[in-house]
Design a protein around this ligand. Sequence first.
Ligand SMILES: Cc1cc2nc3c(=O)[nH]c(=O)nc-3n(C[C@H](O)[C@H](O)[C@H](O)COP(=O)(O)OP(=O)(O)OC[C@H]3O[C@@H](n4cnc5c(N)ncnc54)[C@H](O)[C@@H]3O)c2cc1C
Length: 385
Amino acid sequence: MERLIFDESHDMFRATARRFFEAEIGPHALRWREQGFVDREAFLKAGEAGLLLLWADAKYGGAGIEDFRYEQIIIEENARYGDQCFFATLHSRLVGPYLGKLGTDEQKARWLPGAIRGERILGIAMTEPGAGSDLAGMRARAVRDGDDWVLTGSKTYISNGQIGDCFVVAARTDPEQRYGIGLFVLEDGMPGFRRGRRLKKIGLHAQDTSELFFDGVRVPATNVLGDPAKGFGYLKHFLAEERLVGAAMYVSNASIAFDLTLDWVKERRMFGRSLGAFQNTRFKMAQMRAEIDALQAFVDHCVTLHNAGKLGVDLAAKAKLLCSELEGRVTDECVQLHGGAGYMEEYRVARMYTDARISRIYAGTSEVMREIIARSLGLDERKMS
Ligand SMILES: Cc1cc2nc3c(=O)[nH]c(=O)nc-3n(C[C@H](O)[C@H](O)[C@H](O)COP(=O)(O)OP(=O)(O)OC[C@H]3O[C@@H](n4cnc5c(N)ncnc54)[C@H](O)[C@@H]3O)c2cc1C
């Protein structure tokens, strides 16, 4: 399907990004999946290529490009030619903006240049063993003590948990207020801050999803982002963009799995003809292509709205919901069309199938997305019962 949101400068940027992912990420993906994490060097190389925190101001070493289409291109090219486990978008677009939009000039000068160069890898720690969808139920606590805050508690399922140097950590600052949460920047080496296990997962094997522990970590007040009572509002604000990032990634993944399968069904022969000649195959492929194209058009529209500052939380939730569900259905159908080969890890489609399972869970589950959409329709259980 022809896409109309990109111009010549985007096409040139896409060609550069493609060369980078083909040369520096794709060839290492299988080794990283074996070792369970991405080499730090990958971030350094992405930094050298100017592909990290594109939006950051030139005075910190960034390109000052706010246009989300460039990030969309990075997401698409990484998905196709790199590897989804190289979670540069988490670093650049899901965590970086907390520092860039909430940070003071002093904080930005301290953290952004290293992050832009890929020397300081970023992560975000919201989820706890007892609080995921219900973030307001978090138990990690930060108590003010002189010029510091003392942080105690733990987080789990944190991406970049082992290779990360700098984490935005959400912790309760007011035990009386359900939404009294602050955001604290924890840096590698702070006494009392330690990493737990690299968790074994069913997919995304090169993403180092980990536990983090805070045993009375003294965090200087200069490491607090914004107002320490308003963290919940900040999280909600940034989650809208996170869901658009997700939607762009999931629809790309669906399209890649589709392309791999189109080649496969044309090649694979049985009963004297190609697998693609059976009506079942042709109809399944036709249905998938139609759905992918429709959602790609929707995502592109959301990107245009986001660039205009008009992407609402409910629309971002619709995009995240539909694209993650589509990715799940498409990768499942594609495995089916590959037969036994689709169950073998050596086939990319098998890896895409297990990788895709998380898309309906992280960055807000499908059920949470439906709640957000229902509330935007005036169907808010809290106000109706
Ligand atoms: C690979 C991976 C990477 C991750 N990376 C990060 C990270 O970098 N940083 C971070 O902070 N977190 C991260 N997470 C955590 C992720 O965001 C959470 O797992 C997710 O938000 C779901 O929370 P939970 O696991 O506590 O599930 P729960 O919230 O316990 O959900 C269990 C079930 O309850 C359902 N449910 C919840 N609320 C409702 C409702 N209102 N109505 C109906 N059903 C409901 C859910 O949809 C789900 O089906 C990651 C997780 C994984 C697996």
